[in-house]
Design a protein around this ligand. Structure first.
Ligand SMILES: Nc1ncnc2c1ncn2[C@@H]1O[C@H](COP(=O)(O)OP(=O)(O)OP(=O)(O)O)[C@@H](O)[C@H]1O
Length: 736
């Protein structure tokens, strides 16, 4: 489907109308989005509205006008003018300053650039004041589009934005006979303007296709008659008749039969393959299944005996000396026996410990090793959930390395559309929360799982919260199931209460120290960098929705120069892809950027490209990873020494005024800030630079608002219903 460009309203062909339209446009933009109007002025060529150079000062003595914003207007004739505005909030003050600036530029004739004037000049569009009439009068168009007798044109009107600056979008689907469909789209500040632009686009396209001519135009352009148009449409809808000879038909049947037989052979072979190879062939949805033949008591005893010998050999293997040393230096190591005992004695425990202390990599291994050394290795199957794919894969790789094995033996992972399943007995599976949730929705879903470890519970995403509900239900019907709830930054009392006063174990100690600097420390720290100082108006950095991209880029560049004698990569947390792109572009233009390798890390990247963040930078280059919160938990990038935290996150929220979910940039929680900080100091000491003041940190929420409280109620009910209808005997949920 071809889509028409969003176009500015074309103007009609008389001068009065031109002036009127321009005036109306300026008036409506000043009322709706004065910053956009200002940014379009030729004096700010190449600048977006976010980059307009406002400066804002606070005035604590006047609450009505607590902020005064000003913007310098560099006039082409060398004169200087200013736009000034005050208001109760910083945003409103900037808006008022933009209105003032627009008024001044308009008086001086510098407000609307050439391109806008051109739009006025280009008013000779030839479709008259209302191109909608042309379409309505065109019988041939109506017969193709909506039937000859239909009265209104099927124009779809949408609006977005707050009341004071609503934008209307009109869409009209135009089927072009014998070709793909064209969608004409028009945007405007009111319904009729949007419709006019949309119809203008439709007329242009139809004319291009030879299906419409301008009023008064010589009839050289063919307008197909109604019957011709109908005939064209009927032709394009006719089924195509394809002839297949008998022998071709029998060849096709043969091929299908062969394919069917091959699939059966493949399945039979898979069942006969030695276990390790069979694992490679298991599909993602089968990762939890235990193939028949692998469940008999004799078989499991024999496997347990083999695992016992292998575990003892591992303990004394010189090839694993590095791995043992790394593991034994972790804060969690000393608590190994205590943790194993607590898990053995209780159905559920809550475990908290500093970031990097070893929860994700060690707890599942402690459990497996305990069973192995007690000669019961084949009886254990630990499933560990992670909220994000990147964490599930990278942690599984690390744990397989610690056990001196390739992935797919006793350790594996499963994420949507990609799995390296471990063997079904005596194993640890890292998977995303959704994968386990889907499995547990089956009636026999928990069969064969001995331990469920729910990691990073503090994130309070929908899936983790649902998993907690499902798991709590399962505990009654599966008394031997063991559950561990873990996080570095969790309010353990919530989970302790949720699971009937289950025991809590808090492990103290960090791997390596991380020095934290807030924005208020930076002038002192980076004093000689005068670029920092003008970026300091407190009002600017306390704004919810903004990220000071200049500041972030400058801090990254400063780190690269200040610590040029030491290596270590920089991990910067930003709310979204748009900020990642902006900062990347900025860094590339800086002198320090020439010695950087800049890697984006966000959920839209394919897994292969996400892996690049874990590789070492070539000699002489410093790796800078620009990441969203997908790198916030469980991830260890071993060369990260510096963390730069913008303090912002993009979060899905329900907006009752629009009755829809929107993504909004806002402050993270204190828990997230600590998780971000914890990406440094895992392999060596590190630094964390927070792009907000310590005062802002104190005002942040302690924890994220659970996603359950942010989505629309009906969406939540549907999700609960979907889970509840599948979960066995879950009457309390299905009643919802
Ligand atoms: N890929 C890796 N390369 C080097 N060291 C690693 C790697 N993965 C883990 N480690 C080491 O293991 C330690 C423990 O990591 P683990 O993920 O188990 O910690 P955690 O307590 O779960 O942290 P978090 O709460 O941040 O998820 C890290 O601090 C680091 O020293």
């Amino acid at each position: 489907m071809e889509r028409g460009l969003l176009g500015a309203a074309p103007t009609v062909d008389n001068n009065k109308r031109k002036r009127g339209v321009k005036g109306q446009y300026i008036a409506s933009m000043m009322q709706g989005n004065p910053k956009m109007l200002l940014a379009a002025s030729p004096i700010f060529k190449g600048i977006t509205q976010q980059q307009l150079p406002f400066s804002v000062a606070s005035n604590p003595l006047d609450s009505e006008n607590a902020y005064q914003a000003s913007i310098k207007l560099p006039l082409p004739d060398g004169r200087e003018a200013w736009g000034i505005g005050s208001a109760r909030t910083k945003k409103e003050a900037e808006r008022n300053a933009a209105v003032d600036a627009c008024k001044k530029l308009n008086e001086l004739g510098f407000l609307v650039g050439d391109h806008n004037n051109n739009t006025a000049e280009n008013s000779e569009v030839g479709w008259g004041e209302n191109p909608k009439n042309i379409l309505i009068r065109s019988v041939s168009f109506r017969s193709i589009c909506c039937g000859p007798n239909a009265k209104p044109l099927p124009i779809n009107l949408l609006s977005s934005g707050p009341d004071h600056s609503k934008v209307f979008v009109a869409e009209l689907v135009v089927p072009i006979p014998g070709k793909s469909t064209f969608v004409a789209i028009g945007e405007g500040r009111n319904k009729s303007e949007a419709e006019r632009v949309c119809c203008y686009k439709a007329c242009e396209k139809l004319q291009e296709e030879g299906l419409l001519s301008k009023p008064g135009e010589a009839c050289g352009v063919s307008i197909p008659s109604f019957s011709k148009a109908l005939q064209i449409r009927q032709q394009s809808e006719q089924p195509a008749i394809v002839g297949v000879k008998d022998e071709e038909l029998s060849m096709m049947e043969d091929a299908l039969q062969r394919l069917h037989l091959e699939m059966e052979d493949d399945y039979a072979q898979r069942c006969q393959l030695p276990p390790e190879e069979a694992q490679d062939l298991l599909l993602q949805e089968e990762v939890f299944d235990v193939p028949s033949g692998y469940t008999s008591r004799e078989y499991l005893n024999a496997e347990s005996a083999t695992m016992y010998t292998a575990a003892r050999n591992r303990m004394s293997s010189s090839l694993l000396a590095e791995q043992w040393q790394a593991r034994q230096s972790l804060p969690l190591w000393r608590y190994r026996q205590k943790i194993v005992d607590m898990i053995g004695q209780n159905q559920v425990i809550v475990l908290t410990g500093e970031t990097g202390s070893g929860k994700t990599t060690q707890v599942p291994q402690f459990v497996l090793e305990d069973y192995e050394l007690n000669g019961r290795g084949a009886e254990v199957r630990v499933v560990v959930t992670q909220p994000r794919r990147i964490a599930a894969i990278s942690v599984a790789e690390r744990v397989a390395w610690e056990r001196g094995e390739p992935l797919g033996r006793s350790v594996g992972y499963s994420i949507r559309l990609e799995s390296v399943p471990p063997r079904p007995w005596g194993s640890i599976l890292y998977c995303t929360t959704g994968v386990l949730l889907r499995r547990l929705q089956r009636r026999d879903g928990a069969t064969g799982i001995s331990h469920i470890i729910i990691d990073e519970v503090h994130e309070r995403d929908l899936e983790t919260d649902f998993l907690l509900i499902v798991v709590r239900e399962l505990l009654q019907s599966h008394p031997s199931l063991r559950v561990v709830v873990m996080s570095a930054t969790v309010d353990s009392s919530i989970y302790d209460r949720y699971f009937n006063n289950c025991p809590v174990i808090s492990v103290p100690g960090m791997m390596h120290p991380v020095q934290v600097f807030h924005l208020d420390d930076l002038p002192h720290l980076m004093g000689q960098y005068n670029f920092i100082v003008p970026k300091f108006p407190m009002a600017r950095i306390t704004d919810e929705e903004e990220v000071d991209t200049d500041l972030v880029a400058n801090v990254i560049s400063w780190i690269a120069e200040e610590y040029s004698q030491t290596d270590g990569s920089i991990l910067c947390f930003l709310p979204g892809l748009d900020h990642i792109i902006m900062i990347k572009e900025r860094l590339q233009k800086m002198p320090a950027g020439k010695k950087m390798i800049i890697l984006p890390l966000h959920s839209q990247l394919p897994a292969g490209e996400q892996r690049a963040a874990f590789t070492r930078a070539p000699a002489g280059l410093r790796k800078v990873i620009l990441a969203t919160n997908i790198a916030e938990t469980s991830v260890t990038i071993d060369d990260v020494v510096y963390v730069v935290d913008s303090g912002k996150v993009k979060e899905k929220q329900y907006d009752p005024s629009l009755n829809m979910n929107i993504l909004r940039v806002q402050w993270t929680s204190q828990a997230s800030a600590r998780q971000r900080q914890g990406r440094a100091g895992r392999v060596r000491a590190g630094f964390c630079f927070r792009m907000y003041t310590s005062q802002v940190f104190c005002t942040m929420n302690e924890h994220q608002v659970p996603e359950m409280q942010r989505v629309p109620l009906e969406e939540l009910c549907l999700q609960i219903k979907a889970i509840a209808s599948a979960a066995a005997n879950n009457t309390s949920l299905s009643d919802c």
